[in-house]
Design a protein around this ligand. Structure first.
Ligand SMILES: [Zn+2]
Length: 259
């Protein structure tokens, strides 16, 4: 097994985050945790063709043990492709569709450790959850963190903005050390905090221009360039900043009073 430092590589990298805790990092990420007698898997990619490679990575890292649970951070197709394969192998599939998750979350107990699944719905999809390893301070955050993307894909409203802000504060309150986003490189809580500041800054900057009577179409990445310290964020400069700015400007043009 190769363990490589954080990078932007889009070849699968296997990374050990703590003893018995692994992430397979690619464009789509997944992870697994040695629970003692069995393995807990977080998210299952987009391509069913990855099945053989994933089983092999499991064997190489935690040995030939059964997968007891699959936890999905949400049920978009790029997070659930191998669910049927794991289910056939006897795993219990846990996500917002397969069961009613209590708002306070649920804890999966293994012999070695326990893992928490915490619902934080409405920031990216209606069934968002994060998977939290409190002892190791590792957070599988799914698509709530998108390296500069606003997680909600629909229209941004004042209510949605507030939900995103409140959810980020909850995530920060956990004080995670290692963050495994649904896609791209891994990071820590500094990036969570930075994105929250960026999001609020973007709303301020665009709002000031809208109120000054500048046409929405003129409020682009030239008018509000990406912050220098975020230029090397994964795919941020290429398109994510422009996408986030467009969403904010569109929302503010509809709600001139602000978000
Ligand atoms: Zn998604």
């Amino acid at each position: 097994m190769t363990i490589l430092p954080t990078g932007t590589a889009e070849q699968p990298l296997l990374r050990q985050l703590a003893p018995g805790v692994f992430a397979r990092q690619e464009v789509d990420n997944m992870g697994w945790v040695d629970m003692g007698d069995s393995i807990l898997v977080v998210d299952t990619l987009e391509q069913p063709t990855a099945e053989a490679a994933v089983w092999q990575a499991l064997r190489e890292t935690v040995g030939d043990r059964p997968v007891g649970w699959v936890l999905n951070t949400h049920t978009h197709p790029d997070h659930v492709a191998l669910n049927p394969a794991f289910e056939r192998a006897g795993a219990e599939i846990i996500n917002a569709r397969t069961r009613e998750l209590p708002a306070s979350g649920l804890t999966v107990e293994g012999k070695k450790r326990s893992v928490q699944m915490l619902p934080m719905p409405g920031c990216h999809s209606h069934g968002d959850c994060v998977v939290w390893l409190p002892a190791e301070r590792i957070l599988f955050v799914g698509d709530l963190f998108g390296w500069g993307l606003i997680p909600w894909m629909g229209n941004l409203t004042g209510e949605r903005k507030q939900l995103i802000v409140d959810t980020y504060r909850r995530l920060l309150d956990l004080r995670p050390q290692t963050l495994v986003p649904g896609h791209g490189p891994l990071c820590g809580d500094a990036e969570l905090r930075r994105w929250l500041d960026y999001f609020l800054w973007l709303i301020d900057q665009a709002g000031a221009r809208i109120r000054a009577g500048i046409k929405p179409a003129e409020i682009d990445s030239k008018a509000i360039p990406p912050p220098p310290d975020m230029l090397d964020w994964w795919r941020f400069r290429q398109w994510k900043h422009a996408d986030s700015l467009k969403k904010v400007v569109k929302a503010l043009a509809r709600n001139r009073a602000g978000l």
